[in-house]
Design a protein. Structure first.
Length: 498
């Protein structure tokens, strides 16, 4: 049954439909920052708010582009490796995913005028894959309490039976569509056999154990193209700004499977297996801006302050679903049932991620080394989805459940002739008030750089770890698996002065 249903999820037709149910998890993954960029930036934990002089530093403080001495360009590639360990009702599983990506490319152009108090300006154009969304998780275990069928039964309550049996699938709203998939595969029956019935009972037997699996595979990216301008006043005050264009392309396949060997339902159908497959495509674009300032009170000290605006994204979802069941009728006959639909294009919606403030301090020791600290604050409770009338519940949830989060980045660099040694530390607080859903992140990094002539090559290794809960379904059966995610990334950059 599992292989057959997956083959059905290959349709290419598209239809317009009602707004789709979007979860807080979908929004938060676009709002949470990740450590990406050049190898030098990653090796120092991204602590570049007052340092500048790196193509990825302009994402933290746009005034940082002024610290390039000459025209400069960098291209970066990364090997991403994510390992996810899952614990679900005492059963441990794990899954890994590796991706090779060209994640950064950019250039800066520097102009000097020694006869003016504004003695230097810089223009930069940089692309960063700010979030590589490739990931894979697998959870499995025996749930002694809740069945997957509760998702369909709970959603169906209050929907007339004649709505599920007499209307075209594409005329239904999202919740009615979910109920239809369960109704069409005999997961539940009407409590009363009348067209106006609005109450339903599950055909999955209660009072026993349910073996369940959940596999989530995602691919895609959240990319950002930044146009940057910066200027220096008397080599003391440095100002900058970015206009950013964002691009989102995500494909996510999540599959939930359940089997049981519980006692048969007397006098009616009994469901023994359920497979629920979802394939979701999310695409869109948006914009944001950055403003930043750096002050150099003395030659060895720099102090920075930067503001990153909310990101306004306009997104569209395409969703394809299928349900397969195995059932035993009251006469002992055994049947497989399948219900699926072609991809549906839902109405566009807008996501507004929270803004961010970053304060920075850097100590520069001659031309031998530096130590830098960035502290950022971001209030995730300001995250919103629009139109508000369609997302009141999730907006209310995010206002109440999410919180202001602090991020700390520390980086150091020491030069020995042509060689640069680097290290970094990163702590990113959970966006939730109760961090069980999405825990704090701790990361470490290190790297080395070598300068030859007008060129430089940099290598970095970064590691981070975060724990989170992952529910199999959004309602009815929300027993979560506990996921521990470990990222091990290798990044290499090539830079040239020109």
């Amino acid at each position: 049954m599992k292989k057959y249903l997956l083959l059905l999820l290959t349709g290419i037709s598209f239809n317009s439909a009602w707004a789709q149910e979007t979860t807080a998890e979908d929004v938060i993954r676009l709002a949470v920052d990740n450590l990406t960029g050049t190898a030098r930036f990653r090796a120092m934990g991204g602590a570049f708010g007052a340092v500048g002089g790196d193509m990825s530093a302009i994402n933290v403080n746009p005034a940082g582009s002024i610290f390039f001495n000459n025209n400069f360009a960098t291209v970066t590639g990364s090997l991403y490796n994510a390992k996810n360990k899952s614990l679900y009702y005492g059963t441990a599983t794990h899954e890994t995913d590796s991706t090779l990506d060209l994640n950064q490319i950019g250039a800066v152009f520097v102009f000097k005028d020694t006869n003016s108090k504004w003695n230097k300006i810089a223009f930069a154009l940089n692309y960063d894959n700010v979030n590589n969304l490739n990931n894979a998780t697998f959870s499995a275990g025996t749930n002694p309490y809740n069945s997957i069928g509760n998702y369909f039964v709970n959603i169906a309550q209050g929907i007339p039976t004649n709505t599920l049996s007499n209307y075209s699938f594409y005329d239904l709203n999202f919740y009615e569509q979910q109920a239809y998939l369960g109704y069409d595969t005999y997961i539940f029956d009407p409590a009363v056999d009348t067209p106006g019935n609005t109450s339903y009972i599950s055909n999955i037997p209660a009072g026993g154990n349910y073996y369940q699996e959940n596999q989530v595979l995602s691919t895609g990216y959240n990319g950002k193209l930044s146009g940057n301008f910066s200027a220096a006043y008397k080599d003391i005050l440095f100002l900058g700004g970015n206009l950013n264009f964002h691009f989102v392309n995500i494909e996510k396949l999540f599959s939930v499977y359940e089997s049981n060997e519980n006692a048969l339902n007397p006098g009616r159908s009994t469901i023994t297996e359920v497979l629920f497959d979802n394939r979701l495509w999310t695409t869109g674009s948006g914009f944001s801006f950055n403003l930043g300032a750096i002050v150099k009170p003395i030659e060895s000290l720099r102090v920075g302050l930067a503001y990153e605006s909310p990101t306004w994204l306009r997104l569209t979802d395409e969703l394809q679903q299928g349900v397969g069941t195995n059932r035993i009728e009251s006469n002992g006959s055994n049947f497989d049932s399948y219900s699926y639909h072609d991809p549906i294009t839902y109405l566009p919606y807008t996501v507004q991620t929270p803004g961010k403030w970053t304060g920075s301090l850097a100590y520069i020791y001659k031309k031998r080394g530096l130590i830098s600290v960035d502290v950022s604050t971001k209030d995730y409770s300001n995250t919103r989805i629009k139109p508000k009338r369609d997302y009141n519940d999730i907006n209310r949830f995010m206002s109440n459940a999410l919180d202001n989060a602090i991020e700390v980045r520390v980086g150091a660099e020491y030069k020995i002739k042509q060689i640069s040694l680097r290290a970094g530390y990163r702590f990113d607080e959970s966006p939730y008030k109760v961090d069980q859903n999405f825990g704090d992140l701790t990361g470490y990094s290190g790297g080395i750089g070598y300068t030859f002539g007008e060129n430089r090559i940099d290598l970095a290794y970064s590691y981070d770890h975060r724990k989170m809960n992952q529910a199999f379904l959004s309602s009815g059966m929300t027993d979560p698996a506990r996921i521990s995610r470990y990222n091990n990334n290798i990044t290499i950059s090539y830079s040239i002065n020109f």
